[in-house]
Design a protein around this ligand. Structure first.
Ligand SMILES: N[C@@H](CCC(=O)N[C@@H](CS)C(=O)NCC(=O)O)C(=O)O
Length: 324
């Protein structure tokens, strides 16, 4: 685990002293957009025109943020249009590395690099910041378009329909923008990033605060699903997919490794059924690699799990009928 400073790699863990033990995720820095006509997107400076074969995703199968991008590539039928390289599950002193063959990881198909940080410095030789997945790479201009998953999935949802192998729903329909954005805000802070705030906290107070907010938000969503099918109403949207990548990791990893252990996902009947429904959605199960997920978290975070031992359990049947 480390970061680049002026293009030079440094092996450092997250800094939490200045925030009394609280983990604070930094904003992603590459924020440009691929759009239908190449005009700039809602933020960032530059627009890139959607084309088939031009863009590449760098992901990891463990990371919930990268998983969003992989899911949208699958849901929207973009596997031929957008290629993918998968970094190795182990993330230690060199950050993300390329080692093909182990639990789904591949080589860097574009440049045969050893480390993901080399992709960042190829885009910006003076980059300062963390080296994260997912990365949406432009093969033509040889640069990073975006390393923000929330924005990458919006691009995949709406800019590439002309190159899709199948028709797919719009997961961010105009009529639900406000509702989806509001849900996302809450789910991001309390749940998606909330589990990390529990796991990476270095003070009791910071952990307890994140833990309470996490389970209050899960309780609230569980009740919401008593009277509506999906988070934003009766339609499956981006908000559900964004929640899914955290829920599917909850019992295998966050419950134990990140100490999010008030309740398991399986103790929330509605959320657990939603997770199974989304897991069983065509193509999605192929994007979920539980051994890779467990190996990454338990095997990479030495400060939390110094022995690197990967637990054998729990046994979870995501294919059980969801009856929704
Ligand atoms: N805001 C980013 C966050 C991505 C992120 O933090 N990814 C993690 C993996 S789960 C990562 O690559 N961490 C490496 C690091 O922080 O050094 C997004 O959603 O795309």
């Amino acid at each position: 685990m480390g970061k680049l400073v002026e293009g030079i790699w440094h092996d450092v863990w997250y800094e939490t002293k200045a925030s009394n033990g609280r983990f604070q995720r930094k904003d992603a820095q590459f924020r440009n957009w691929v759009t239908l006509d190449g005009s700039p997107g809602p933020n960032g400076e530059k627009g890139y025109i959607a084309e088939s074969g031009r863009y590449h995703l760098y992901v990891n199968l463990a990371c919930p943020w990268a998983h969003r991008a992989l899911i949208f590539r699958k849901l929207k039928g973009l596997e031929k249009a957008i290629s993918v390289s998968i970094v190795h599950w182990r993330m230690k002193e060199n950050g993300w590395e390329f080692h093909p063959g182990d639990l789904g990881s591949t080589e860097d198909h574009l440049y045969n690099m050893d480390y993901l940080h080399q992709i960042y410095t190829k885009a910006d030789p003076h980059y300062t910041g963390r080296v994260t997945v997912p990365v949406l790479w432009d093969k033509k201009e040889q640069t990073i378009v975006s390393n923000e998953s929330a924005e990458i999935i919006r691009m995949l949802n709406s800019s590439f329909d002309a190159f899709a192998e199948k028709e797919a729903p719009d997961f961010y329909p105009a009529t639900l923008h406000r509702e989806i954005d509001q849900i996302n805000q809450k789910v991001y802070h309390a749940i998606n990033n909330g589990v990390y705030k529990c796991g990476f906290a270095t003070s009791q107070e910071a952990y307890s605060e994140a833990f309470k907010a996490l389970f209050a938000a899960l309780d609230e969503l569980e009740s919401r699903l008593d009277h509506q099918k999906y988070l934003a109403g009766d339609q499956l949207t981006e908000a559900d997919w964004r929640l899914f990548t955290t829920l599917v990791r909850f019992d295998p990893v966050y419950f134990g490794h990140f100490k999010c252990n008030k309740k398991r996902l399986v103790d929330y009947p509605n959320l657990w059924a939603l997770t199974r429904e989304l897991y069983q959605y065509p193509g999605v199960a192929e994007t979920v690699n539980i051994p890779h997920i467990k190996a990454h978290y338990y095997g990479s975070h030495e400060t939390i799990n110094p022995t690197g031992i990967i637990p054998e359990g729990p046994e979870i049947d995501y294919n059980m009928p969801h009856k929704r």
